[in-house]
Design a protein. Structure first.
Length: 401
C-alpha cells in the first residue's frame, strides 16, 4: 500500500496547476459568429474600476431598489471594504433580472443566504475546515453546522437562478445513463472533464437534473484543489459537495515551510481515493487540465485546455490497483460565461466574480476504450481529450443555434 501511494503521489499533478490554451477545431465562418457573440466576450473588470452604480442603473426598477437594499444589508452584516462582494452582488442581480421566472425578492434571498454562509463559515472564527475527504451536508447530519440546511440544494438553487434552462443542453444522454448503470452494478466511473467556472459542480447537477438524474448528480465525488476549500465565498458551496481535497503543485511550492505538511495531506488523499475506489460504485469528476479554461485574449474564444498526462495516468493506475472494474468517460462542459474566471491564473483566493444569465451544457462521450499500454499510454489521454473537444464544439453549436 505504501509503495502504491508513493508511486501515485509522484504521478499526481493535482488541480489548478496548468492552463495551456489549445484551440478547438472551428471553421472560419463559425469563428466569426463566435467572435461577435456575447457568450465569448466577458469584459474584464478590475477592483480599481468600479462599475457597480452603472450596473444598478441598468436594472429594472424593482431589481434596482432590491439591489440597493441588499447592498446596505451586506455592508451592515460585514463591516469593512466589501467592494468585491458588492461587485458580485450587482452582477448577480443583473443576471437574475434576465430570468423571466425569478423575482427580485428571490434573487435577494439567494444572494444574502450566500453572504450569511460566507461570513459565518468562510470569514469568521467558525471558518469551516475541510477534511481530506468531505461528505456533502444535505441536512440533518450530526456534524452539519447549520442543522437542517441542505448545502447542496443551496448551491444548486443559487446558480440555477442565472442559468437559462430552456436553452441549456445535455448531449450524450445514453452514455450518461450507461455510466450510472455501471455504478449501480458496483463498478466505478471517472469523468475526465474540462473545467470552465467555479459553478461547474452546480452546472453538472442542474444538467443531470434536467434529464431526471437528481440522485446521481448529488452522489458525484469531485477532486478539488485548495481554492474551493479556502476561498471564503467558495466554502459554503463546497460544503454541499462530496470532495476529495488536495493541494496543487503551485500551492505546495508557494510556501516551502508548509510543503511537508501539504505533501503529507496529498498522500493521505491518495489513500482515501484508493480506499473509496476499492469500495466500488464510485462516480468521480476530475479536471485533467489542472484548472479552468481561459479565453484567448485576441479572439475571445474559450478553448478546452490540454489534458495533463500524469493526471489521467494516475486514475488509470488507481483503477487497476482497486481491483474494481472502472470505466472512463469524457465530459465536455460549457459554462464559461456563467461565472468566468480571471484571464490570468491567480495563486491566491478572493478573485473578482462576474455572473451572466446564459445557457450552459454538458456532453458525455462514449466510454473511452482502454488504448495505449505502458509505452503508448499517451494515446489514451489524447483520445479522451479529443472526444472532449469534439463534444465541446457540438455543445457550442447546439447552444448557439
Amino acid at each position: 500500500m505504501e509503495t502504491l501511494l508513493k508511486r501515485s503521489l509522484i504521478l499526481l499533478p493535482l488541480l489548478y496547476i496548468r492552463c495551456n490554451g489549445f484551440s478547438a477545431v472551428i471553421s472560419p465562418s463559425r469563428f466569426n459568429k463566435l467572435k461577435s457573440s456575447r457568450r465569448f466576450v466577458a469584459n474584464p473588470v478590475t477592483p480599481e474600476v468600479s462599475i457597480e452604480n452603472d450596473i444598478i442603473d441598468k436594472l429594472p426598477v424593482e431589481y434596482a431598489e432590491m439591489c440597493k437594499k441588499s447592498v446596505a444589508q451586506l455592508n451592515a452584516q460585514i463591516p469593512g471594504n466589501n467592494k468585491a462582494l458588492i461587485h458580485f452582488l450587482t452582477e448577480y442581480f443583473l443576471a437574475c433580472s434576465e430570468n423571466p421566472k425569478l423575482t427580485p425578492g428571490k434573487a435577494a434571498d439567494s444572494f444574502m443566504k450566500a453572504i450569511y454562509l460566507c461570513s459565518k463559515y468562510g470569514m469568521s472564527e467558525k471558518k469551516h475546515k475541510f477534511n481530506i475527504q468531505h461528505k456533502a451536508f444535505r441536512g440533518g447530519e450530526e456534524d452539519n453546522p447549520e442543522g437542517g440546511l441542505d448545502f447542496y440544494e443551496f448551491g444548486c438553487n443559487f446558480f440555477r437562478n442565472s442559468v437559462n434552462l430552456e436553452k441549456s443542453i445535455v448531449l450524450g444522454e445514453d452514455n450518461i445513463r450507461k455510466a450510472f448503470e455501471q455504478v449501480k452494478k458496483g463498478e466505478n466511473i471517472v469523468f475526465f472533464a474540462n473545467h470552465q467556472s467555479e459553478a461547474d459542480p452546480q452546472v453538472v447537477s442542474i444538467m443531470l437534473e434536467k434529464i431526471g438524474m437528481e440522485k446521481e448528480a448529488a452522489d458525484l465525488i469531485y477532486v478539488a484543489g485548495h481554492k474551493v476549500t479556502t476561498d471564503p465565498l467558495a466554502i459554503p458551496f463546497s460544503m454541499g459537495r462530496n470532495i476529495l481535497c488536495i493541494h496543487s503543485k503551485r500551492h505546495i511550492q508557494a510556501d516551502p515551510e508548509t510543503k511537508p505538511e501539504k505533501m503529507a495531506h496529498n498522500l493521505a488523499t491518495m489513500a482515501a481515493m484508493t480506499a473509496r475506489m476499492k469500495e466500488g460504485s464510485a462516480a468521480i469528476w476530475v479536471a485533467p487540465s489542472g484548472g479552468r479554461d481561459r479565453r484567448d485574449l485576441e479572439t475571445n474564444f474559450v478553448p478546452v485546455t490540454e489534458f495533463d498526462q500524469k493526471t489521467v495516468d494516475m486514475f488509470r493506475l488507481l483503477s487497476r490497483k482497486s481491483k474494481v472494474k472502472t470505466h472512463f468517460y469524457s465530459m465536455a462542459t460549457v459554462s464559461y460565461d456563467l461565472c468566468p474566471p480571471p484571464d490570468s491564473i491567480e495563486a491566491g483566493v478572493g478573485e473578482l466574480r462576474n455572473v451572466r444569465y446564459v445557457p450552459v451544457g454538458i456532453a458525455v462521450g462514449e466510454e473511452i476504450p482502454n488504448v495505449g499500454g505502458v509505452e503508448s499510454r499517451h494515446l489514451f489521454t489524447e483520445h479522451a481529450e479529443e472526444i472532449c473537444k469534439i463534444d465541446y464544439q457540438k455543445l457550442l453549436d447546439s447552444i448557439l443555434e
